[in-house]
Every structure is written in structure tokens, then in C-alpha cells.
Design a protein around this ligand. Structure first.
Ligand code: ATP
Ligand code: MG
Length: 354
């Protein structure tokens, strides 16, 4: 019990330290390093708890297929899985395996489904018997890089050990390469990672992810990197129609229904967003959905004059176009609902681009 409380407190302090380090000159980094030394389980975020019986390969494949869009990603994952299965069967038959590196690079803007697919892939590796646990440890630069000489390799090692028999997902991996040619501890993390990727070839899969442009620069920054990551999978931005479908999925998952006119409102909002490195794709769709729940709650409170007890199931589960538009406006993505929506969206795009 006491230990739990200490762990919980340590976790909170570490999160605060990480936030401070990201927002300040890094003076407090030692605190995070000390805490991770004391509580190694804090290194990296474990985003997949191994609960319940492991899923079968076909169940996982069905989950992947059910994701909206991502056709090229699904195709590449299918090819990868097929290759690994055939290599596994060759091994069983006494034929030599073709030893290829299993480490991958995911190239994509924010919210394009990289973490979602990684989580499924990690479990697929487990289902194929290639990884014992198939858990996912997600980490970013502050989770690997320490503030003092010699500490980064130790910190990186700690994260690697947590990820053994699973997948280590390095988000925004490009942040590890030195900027403006200056040397920094990021290089130490890359060296340590490359070594561990080799040492634990059979027990660890590393996926480096990030914006396409910066990831290409990153892979070019160190000769060892490109050869270590065998495949690059591109996650394209979602189209407006795909984002509408993803929003519908969020609504259904949470037992909400979208009223008539909602699709059009969603379409107008998504069509008006400037795409590129700054656009959150499905993550933006999720934020919009969550914001729309607030707008719905406010609308219902206003409509009922504060007397919420009389509200029926229908009202509680219906999201109206106005809720979505209010949500978009709150997020700074407001669009008018009249027929001029398209031209207004065009105007906004032009304004933002200039
Ligand atoms: N194709 C899809 N179909 C349904 N839901 C999706 C799809 N892609 C992403 N999502 C949902 O959108 C949210 C963001 O996805 P995810 O975290 O996988 O993106 P990401 O690429 O890892 O983003 P980031 O780069 O910001 O970490 C999650 O809630 C996920 O469930
Ligand atoms: Mg992610």
C-alpha cells in the first residue's frame, strides 16, 4: 500500500519534471533521472496492459481491417505478417531463415493512427510467437536522454529493458538527432539504442515514428540507422470523408448518435482545416467529438432551464450539427453553416497559408 503510494507520488513528480524539462532550460532533468533510477518501472509509458487472453492473429487482423482508411498501411502490415509467418514455417521445417531486421519506421503526421497500428502489430508479433509479451512501451526524447554525461546510455538501457519481449515505440524519434550539427546527448541515446537493437534482435522490436520530412533527415543523420530499420511505412493524412467516418466511429463507440445535418457540419469543419504537420487528423476528430459533448451538455442544460432530470435517452445520446459547430468554433475551427461554407473554408485556407 505504502509502496503504491510512493510509486504514484514518484510518477506524478516525474511527469511534472518532464513537463518542466520540456518547457524550461532542462535544469530539473536530474530529478526525473533520479526517480527513474529509483523506480525503473517509470521509464517509458507502457500503453498496453497485458490483460485477458492473448488475441489470435485473425482477431487482430480483423481489428486492423476495421480501421477506417489506411489502405496502404494495411497492405504493408499484411505483407510483413505473411513474410514473418513464412519465415517461421521455414524455420520449423529446418530451412534457414532469411535474417532481416524487424525494426520499423512509421512516417506520418500527428493522429494518423501510428500508435493504434503499433499496438495491434505488437500483439500480432505475440500471436505469431515472435515476441513473448507483445506489450508496447512508448517513449520520446526526454524518456531516453539524460542531462549529464554518461547517464543517457543508462537511461536508454532502462527503457529497453522494460520493452524486452515487446515493442519499443520511439515517438518523434528525429528529436534524438543533433540539431544544427551540434553534438548533444541525443546522439548517445541513438548509439545506445542501435547497440541494444542488435544485442536483443530476438527480443525487441523498435519502431521509430515521426513527421515524414524530419524522419528522413533523422535516418540520414547516422549511417547505422537506415540499415537497422528494415521497412518504412507511410501513414497518409486522412481525407475529409475518412475523418467524418472516424468521428461517426467515436460517436457509436460511446453510444452517441449524430443527428441529421451532422455529417455536413463535420465535412465543412474538416474540409476547412489546413492539412500538414500542424494538423491533428484523427486526434483532432477525437478532440472535436469530446468538445461537442461539452457543447451538447450546455445546450441541454439551457434547453431544460437547468432541470436536467426530465431529459430522455434520446436527448442524452443525440449530438446535433450545432454541437459540432460550437465545438469547432471553441477549437478555433469555426465554419458557417450556410451555403457559403465551401467558399469560407477556401478563404480560411488561403488566409492560413499566406
Ligand atoms: N483509421 C482509424 N480508424 C479509427 N480510429 C482511428 C483511426 N486512426 C486513428 N484513430 C483514433 O484516433 C486517435 C489518434 O490515433 P493514434 O494515437 O493512433 O495516432 P498517432 O499517429 O499515434 O498520433 P500522434 O502522432 O499524435 O501520437 C486514437 O483515438 C485512435 O483510436
Ligand atoms: Mg502516437
Amino acid at each position: 500500500m505504502a509502496r503504491n503510494r510512493i510509486d504514484e507520488t514518484a510518477k506524478r513528480i516525474q511527469q511534472a519534471a518532464r513537463r518542466l524539462r520540456e518547457n524550461t532550460s532542462g535544469e530539473v532533468g536530474w530529478l526525473s533521472d533520479q526517480l527513474e533510477g529509483r523506480f525503473p518501472q517509470l521509464a517509458g509509458r507502457s500503453t498496453f496492459a497485458e490483460t485477458g487472453p492473448p488475441k489470435t492473429l485473425s482477431e487482430l487482423q480483423a481489428e486492423l481491417d476495421a480501421l477506417i482508411g489506411l489502405e496502404t498501411v494495411k497492405e504493408q502490415v499484411r505483407a510483413l505478417v505473411a513474410f514473418l509467418r513464412v519465415q517461421g514455417l521455414r524455420k520449423q521445417s529446418g530451412l534457414p531463415e532469411v535474417a532481416t531486421s524487424q525494426h520499423l519506421v512509421f512516417l506520418g503526421n500527428p493522429g494518423t493512427g501510428k500508435t493504434t497500428v503499433t499496438r495491434l502489430l505488437a500483439q500480432m508479433y505475440r500471436a505469431m510467437g515472435l515476441l513473448k509479451r507483445g506489450h508496447l512501451v512508448e517513449v520520446d526524447r526526454p524518456g531516453l536522454v539524460a542531462q549529464y554525461v554518461g547517464m543517457t546510455a543508462i537511461k536508454t538501457d532502462r527503457v529497453v529493458r522494460r520493452a524486452l519481449d515487446g515493442v519499443l515505440f520511439v515517438d518523434e524519434a528525429y528529436a534524438l538527432s543533433p540539431r544544427d550539427g551540434r553534438w548533444d546527448f541525443g546522439s548517445e541515446a541513438i548509439e545506445a539504442l542501435l547497440k541494444r537493437m542488435e544485442d536483443f534482435r530476438e527480443r525487441l522490436i523498435v519502431i521509430g515514428a515521426g513527421y515524414p520530412r524530419l524522419m528522413h533527415d533523422f535516418l540520414d543523420s547516422n549511417p547505422g540507422l537506415r540499415s537497422r530499420f528494415s521497412r518504412e511505412i507511410e501513414f497518409p493524412d486522412y481525407s475529409t470523408e475518412e475523418l467524418v467516418a472516424i468521428s461517426r466511429r467515436f460517436a457509436t463507440e460511446h453510444r452517441y448518435e449524430l443527428a441529421e445535418g451532422s455529417d455536413r457540419a463535420l465535412r465543412d469543419v474538416f474540409a476547412g482545416c489546413v492539412r500538414g504537420e500542424g494538423f491533428g487528423n484523427a486526434r483532432f476528430a477525437r478532440t472535436l467529438f469530446e468538445q461537442a459533448l461539452n457543447a451538447q451538455a450546455l445546450r441541454l442544460t439551457d434547453e431544460a432551464g437547468g432541470e436536467l432530470s426530465g431529459l430522455g435517452e434520446n436527448e442524452l445520446k443525440t449530438l446535433k450539427a450545432d454541437d459540432l459547430l460550437a465545438a469547432a468554433a471553441a477549437l478555433g475551427e469555426g465554419v458557417p453553416v450556410d451555403d457559403q461554407a465551401a467558399s469560407w473554408a477556401f478563404f480560411r485556407r488561403r488566409r492560413k497559408a499566406s
